[in-house]
Design a protein around this ligand. Structure first.
Ligand code: GMT
Length: 367
């Protein structure tokens, strides 16, 4: 098939999944055209069958807000004409589904598109009055809609009142790239220091300050270090909270890493304090490396973790810390959760099985 994939290029789950899908589809012999306003962070060079097309948005002085959605619709049409794309798959509804609908209207219905919902496009941004109606309209015009968790599919019906079926296709992880590397666990290390990790785009919804607060409580009880991977608007605030709580010497900000798969296997625990999380891709990557997760009980996180980690109520760093301590003070429990996490990632979220579901969906849409 000739497939056009549209996504955001930034460090964020939807861009990661879209780019990994592009690689996986190209590897399986499909012609893939990835479209975005910049090179996606996970896009690797030199993959046969995979081509990147940049959307150029001109900054005409009259435009306070350059109309990206129009430029994207035009680029989609151009790519369709140049590469004879059979179908577009847009990741993140706003504004990608609207641009896809516009592109289709401009060519008299010449193209089909599938929209995959990732989370904030429905739960945070999507619920904004300014975006709700066009997004709902574009979703209903999609040839198929998928959501990355059952939770998100239900929210889509609830918040948007979308009448169309929303198929649940979970996110996936490359279990060969994200795998345990044999690093000793804290109980096998001489210093006994527990390594906690958090990785995200540091947006307010991630509540990084609560991650730091929970960590500070853990570090009062046992030797521990927190690695913060990623970057975003709340970085300074989180580091200031660490300073206030007297644990900055134990909190290390690693910034955005192209090799998170080298960091995760060295951790003993992944900590998440998000206010909402439709899926939690960074936790799936941790699980695949054999790292148990402690998270707030929000959104679709329970669907991902199953019984391989622990959940605590949102907005309660003490509860998060208690859950983390349960795992980090019991080597037997840690060992069995780590093994269960890896097993669950391999059995339920491996790339091959999930990509096959998308290919099946494309075939159904094209029929
Ligand atoms: O988390 C973000 O703010 C980024 C966002 C995105 O679309 O880039 O992530 C969402 O999609 C990811 C991939 O499907 C999910 O793993 C995240 O849970 C989801 N984020 C939220 O729901 C907050």
């Amino acid at each position: 098939m000739r497939i056009g994939i549209v996504c955001y290029p930034t460090v964020g789950g939807s861009g990661v999944i879209a780019t990994e899908m592009a690689h996986a589809l190209a590897k399986r012999g499909h012609q893939v055209h990835l479209i975005s306003y910049d090179r996606p962070s996970r896009l690797r060079r030199g993959t046969p069958g995979l081509q990147f097309h940049q959307v150029a948005v001109s900054a005409y002085p009259l435009f306070r807000y350059p109309p990206y959605d129009l430029a994207l619709a035009t680029r989609m049409l151009e790519v369709r004409e140049e590469a004879r794309v059979d179908l577009f798959h847009v990741h993140y509804a706003i504004p990608h589904a609207v641009s896809a609908f516009l592109a289709r209207s401009m060519c008299g219905g010449c193209l089909k598109f599938v929209t995959t919902l990732h989370g904030t496009d429905i739960t945070v941004v999507g619920a904004d009055r300014a975006y709700l109606r066009p997004t709902r309209f574009a979703l209903e015009q999609s040839d198929a809609i998928t959501a990355v968790s059952r939770y998100l599919a239900d929210e889509t019906h609830l918040v948007f009142g979308v009448r169309k079926d929303v198929e649940v296709i979970a996110n996936f992880v490359d279990t060969e790239r994200f795998k345990p590397d044999g690093s000793p666990r804290w109980h096998q290390r001489a210093d006994g220091e527990r390594i906690l990790v958090h990785s995200s785009n540091f947006r307010p919804v991630k509540r990084i300050a609560d991650v730091v607060r929970a960590f500070a409580l853990v570090a009062q009880e046992i030797p521990a270090r927190l690695l913060l991977v990623g970057d975003g608007p709340d970085r300074e605030h989180a580091l200031a909270v660490a300073a206030d709580l007297g644990c900055s010497g134990r909190v290390e900000h690693l910034g955005v890493s192209d090799h998170i798969e080298d960091v995760l296997p060295k951790a003993d625990l992944f900590l998440s304090a998000s206010e909402t999380e439709s899926f939690g891709l960074s936790m799936l990557e941790a699980m695949s490396c054999g790292v148990p997760c402690v998270s707030t009980a929000v959104g679709g996180v329970g669907e991902v973790l199953g019984d391989t980690g622990l959940l605590a109520p949102f907005g309660d760093p003490h509860a998060l810390a208690r859950a983390a301590l349960q795992i980090l003070t019991d080597s037997g429990k840690h060992t069995s959760l780590a093994a269960a996490a890896r097993r669950r990632a391999v059995e339920q979220f491996a790339t091959d099985a999930i990509v096959a579901r998308y290919v099946d969906l494309y075939e159904r849409v094209l029929k």
